[in-house]
Design a binder for this molecule. Structure first.
Ligand code: PFF
Ligand code: NA
Length: 443
């Protein structure tokens, strides 16, 4: 046996591996591209508050449950669910949760890779200095031109798909986590710099009030659904990505604090991205609800005015692309691991899934309605549904005493608060938000 000091350092090392992989999965386009643009579309403050409430009351409890199930099952999500169900004397049909999750991952990849492609295009635009001398109107027109050009989007989407495939096929999912500990802090600094720019050059007060003044009277049932869906999307929950990484989590360590740190970091980066963009929206007469182009229009305005801005812009869009890559591998990985367990070689599995996602991506390049539908159905229906099933599974199917040991937490206030949220608040919350979006609570 290793001495206790060795055990501590091994535990710490593998916990760090988990933190890097899970943070890499969580922090991505969801924070920097999607959160600001849906906040703009759904009117700001009230939407942001509902989103924060969903992170706290639903996202964090479900995330702890996913990590726990992954560590206890020690396999890809589908096989972990099946194994834990059988051990709890339940029929193995819980394997379906894992299968739906793998499908959701593929479907997300079908638009995620297209947006990551836009980020790559902006790396290239930074290098060529394309937006350096442009007015805000020209910068807006240039994004529209990219959206109108299928061949240009196809090139970058293909490149990003290949990059994702290479990393997953090599099985270095853990390895990419390593780039996270260098590049994530850099991304953080870039966003801080952008906030500073927005503070001095944008309409910071208007941007701030837009994000944090809550007017609940204008909040639709759909807005609440989208806020909840985004809580799942941004934390990579409801499809087994975090469950797959849970297998790295060291046996005896407590899960709660680590999950809080990851969720906190993810939320902070999203809020900071919003604070960087909205002051520029109001200072340049842009519309907050302009949609998916928000980041690609506002930030180049900042970069075009900053001294050395194209260099900073190039670095920024490069870092966004890397953040997207460490997320996209976690979209494909659960499916690949599942196929591998069924006997298909890793490379074949990866090739198969990446090609399916690549073809779907072409459809979303050609047809904006496909893009929107994939985004809407996965984030607002499939992930919350997966999360609901995982909450019910860990909260009600796995025997109570086992849940306590498997979380590695002690039976104190924090544990009880989590277990209660998981069994009651999260499932009920998800169901109520679903029903509410169907208009069932309207007088
Ligand atoms: N959490 C990622 C983001 O915010 O960009 C997106 C994502 C990755 C969602 C992995 C789901 C997932 F399984
Ligand atoms: Na995220």
């Amino acid at each position: 046996m290793a001495s206790s000091t060795d055990n501590t350092s091994v535990t710490w090392k593998s916990r760090w591996t988990f933190i890097l992989a899970a943070t890499g999965s969580a922090v991505g386009l969801g924070n920097i591209w999607k959160f600001p643009y849906i906040t703009g579309e759904y009117g700001g403050g009230a939407f942001v508050l509902v989103y924060l409430a969903c992170i706290l009351l639903i996202g964090i409890p479900v995330m702890i449950a996913e990590v726990m199930a992954g560590r206890a099952g020690r396999a890809d999500p589908a096989h972990s669910m099946k194994k834990l169900a059988l051990e709890s004397n339940h029929p193995p049909y819980w394997v379906l949760v894992g299968l739906i999750g793998m499908m959701a991952g593929l479907m997300i990849m079908m638009f995620y890779s297209v947006v990551a492609g836009w980020a790559l295009e902006y790396v290239s635009q930074s290098i060529t200095g394309q937006y350096a001398q442009q007015t805000p109107e020209e910068i807006e027109a240039s994004f529209s031109a990219l959206l109108a050009s299928e061949p240009r989007q196809l090139v970058w989407h293909t490149l990003f798909s290949i990059m994702t495939g290479l990393v997953v096929a090599a099985g270095v999912t853990k390895g990419i986590g390593r780039t996270v500990d260098v590049l994530m802090p850099l991304l953080f600094i870039c966003i801080l710099l952008l906030i500073a720019y927005s503070f001095f050059e944008g309409d910071f007060s208007a941007g701030f009030h837009f994000m944090f003044d809550a007017d609940f009277s204008r909040l639709s049932g759909e807005a609440v659904l989208v806020a909840m869906g985004h809580a799942f999307f941004t934390l990579s929950l409801g499809m087994g990505a975090i469950m797959a990484y849970g297998a790295y989590f060291p046996g005896n360590a407590s899960i709660g604090k680590t999950v809080l740190a990851i969720a906190g970091m993810d939320t902070l980066i999203a809020l900071m991205a919003g604070l960087a963009m909205f002051p520029l929206v109001f200072a340049n007469d842009l519309t907050p609800g302009q949609g998916p182009g928000l980041m690609f229009v506002t930030l180049p305005i900042a970069f075009s005015n900053l001294p050395g801005g194209v260099v900073v812009g190039g670095i920024f869009f490069f870092l966004v692309s890397v953040a997207a890559l460490s997320s996209s591998i976690s979209l494909i990985e659960p499916g690949v691991a599942g196929l591998e367990k069924m006997g298909l070689p890793r490379r074949t599995s990866t090739l198969l899934l990446v090609i399916i996602a690549w073809i779907g991506g072409i459809a979303s390049i050609q047809n904006g309605a496909v893009f929107d539908a994939l985004d809407y159905i996965t984030a607002n229906i499939m992930l919350p549904l997966g999360g609901l099933l995982i909450a019910v599974f860990v909260g009600w199917v796995i025997p109570k005493p086992r849940v306590l040991t498997e979380t590695g937490m002690s039976d104190g206030l924090a544990y009880r608060a989590w277990y209660f949220s998981l069994r009651f608040i999260a499932p009920l919350g998800i169901v109520v938000v679903f029903l509410n979006s169907l208009g069932l609570f309207k007088g």
